[in-house]
Design a protein around this ligand. Structure first.
Ligand code: 9AA
Ligand code: ZN
Length: 261
């Protein structure tokens, strides 16, 4: 019905263009990042994250992913530097992941997928009045992408996976206060950056992507808890496991990927 979309055979990424023609645009995401083709730009400074005062509000299942929302009414948690001309405010973070033991990241590196990818979404509150307005502007959003690789347990991810049972069904939301996402960062902030888009409809071409080179390590057990989430609501007959909620890489269309040192 209408603009319904998903990740299945009938409503997945290969048919999104029917309702969202920008899906075939010139700055779509994700992409396959080819490290040795990325241009090293000495003018590209480090990214600076100030997450110390950040205030998470809730965690929700929106039927496509699990999302942690932040209070963005003040300048408490911002990303700046690197390719960004302004500070961008943290709005939410969410994940994309695969099925059991297989790929699940959106960006790939030289054709290789990771098990999952975390997106920390920030918006340019200097130039735009609301997140919604920023989400449609070419310099409106900055998304920090972090790869998740399977290995040992992540010492802090349990704070999120322990809450997932509360948001099993599409449309469920629960309080989630005091979580600081800096505990999900890898040790190095070296990154690739390029101009792209949202990776789900409406696929707005409004994202300056900053993809960290170093993945974080999480266990298969922790990732498995994401797969107990459902795409479907409590009132629906069908119970469809939330997994493989990732868009495959899109054509580069001549874009340059730059690399921090
Ligand atoms: C209208 O504004 C939107 C809509 C969807 C998303 C989510 C997403 O499509 N974008 C990325 S990035 N990953 C995704 O799944 C969004 O996030 C910035 C902003
Ligand atoms: Zn995303």
């Amino acid at each position: 019905t209408g603009n319904h979309w998903g990740y299945g055979k009938e409503d997945g990424p290969s048919v999104w263009h029917k309702n969202y023609p920008v899906a075939q645009g010139n700055r779509q995401s994700p992409i396959d990042i080819i490290p040795h083709q990325a241009s090293h730009d000495p003018g590209l400074g480090p990214i600076v994250l100030n997450y110390d005062q950040c205030t998470s509000i809730n965690i929700a299942n929106n039927g496509h992913s699990v999302v942690v929302e932040f209070e963005d009414s003040d300048d408490r948690s911002v990303i700046q530097g690197g390719p960004l001309d302004n500070p961008y405010k943290l709005k939410q973070f969410h994940f994309h992941w695969g099925g059991k033991g297989c790929h699940g990241s959106e960006h790939t590196v030289a054709g290789n997928s990771y098990a999952s990818e975390l997106h920390l979404v920030h918006w340019n509150a200097v130039k735009y009045k609301t997140f919604g307005e920023a989400a449609t502007a070419p310099d409106g959003l900055a998304v920090l992408g972090i790869f998740l690789e399977t290995g040992d347990d992540h010492r802090w991810l349990h704070m999120i996976t322990d809450a997932l049972y509360m948001v099993k069904f599409k449309g469920s939301v629960t309080d989630f206060k005091g979580f600081n996402p800096k505990c999900l960062l890898p040790s190095s902030l070296h990154y690739w950056t390029y101009l792209g888009s949202l990776t789900t409809p409406p696929l707005h071409e409004s994202v300056t992507w900053i993809v960290l080179k170093e993945p974080i390590i999480v266990s298969e057990k922790q990732l498995g808890k994401f797969r107990m989430l459902l795409f479907t609501g409590e009132e629906e007959d069908q119970r469809i496991r939330m997994e493989n909620n990732f868009r495959p890489p899109q054509p580069l269309k001549g874009r340059k990927v730059r690399s921090s040192n």
